[in-house]
Design a protein around this ligand. Sequence first.
Ligand code: UGA
Length: 336
Amino acid sequence: MRIVALGGGGYIGSYLVHRLADQGHTIWVLDTNMDKIWEHDKDVPTTVDLDVRDLRAMSEAELTEYCRGADVVIDLIAHATPALYVKSPIEVVELNYNENMRVVRVCAALDIRLIQFSSCEVYGLALDEEPFKEDKSPMVLGPVHETRWIYASAKQLLERMVDAYGIHRNLDYTVIRPFNFVGPFMDYLRGAEHDPVPRVFPQFIASLVHGFPMTLVNGGHSHRTFTYIDDAIDACMLVIENRNNLFGHRAVNVGTPGNGILIRDLANRMRMVYASLTGRPQVDIIEGDGVGFYGDGYVDCNRRVPDVARLEEAGWAPQYDLNATIRKTLSYYAQT
Ligand code: UGA
């Protein structure tokens, strides 16, 4: 297939691009930065075309020409870091909704299948103990002054518009909702405590690598489900291949339900494993409150577990439990 990967130079995209190339697909990657693609492998196959450009600098006509002839467009363009939701909410909506809507329109006009990356964040507050089901779980967000939810609002509206284009403009689509993918080549590591905060796993790794304390936000009582990146990419490949049209016109959770953990337990396990891998002393763990750590408007989502029946129906079975996920990821960072 000919595949356009918008934002394909990021953490998830760089894995997908290499896997798609290995499987013989032709990929056109548009991103502002391709470093992660080269970090995986300096020899990028000739079937991968890297175009270093900002989607925002392209007109809709240019974007249309760029995508013309593709069988599938994968849209990975997003700001997906909670620190940004409260610091730059307008920018978060402009990129995550306005820019992505241009991609939706282009795919509908050209009759190209769209794979739209969304987020487990769309589920918002977990109101009960059930795992989140794509077509059943309510999506409940807090009030407007809880600025954190602006990202989930943008992603929810994007998903709803993608679905509306599916119904009214015949757009063929799948929405992917990732649940905390982790592994080598993650979002940047902070070099110092005053740098902007990435998501929790790279943030804790930065603490381990640079030796500053891990902060447990609001006691670290929130729960997340961590998915090893190779399992996540296996799932994304099933979605892209879309055998028997299992994933047509729907959203799909991608996450490993058995890999759930409280953040405070995650911090402890990560520092123990890192100490055993490197022989270095364990870093300290301190506590901080969410608003002090991230800024006004930060609230948290207490619990996130995916229902993955849809993926299992397609034959997906994750290979990495939480121990393997933590150990494999930290082994990479212990060596670099
Ligand atoms: C983020 C994004 O908002 C989602 O869109 C994305 O799908 C998800 O990451 C993901 O990785 O898939 P979230 O899991 O809330 O969602 O983001 P993190 O920044 O990784 O925070 C997880 C938990 O760790 C939160 O409870 C946070 O308060 C806590 N945390 C974070 C700490 O206790 N200490 C830290 O230093 C950083």
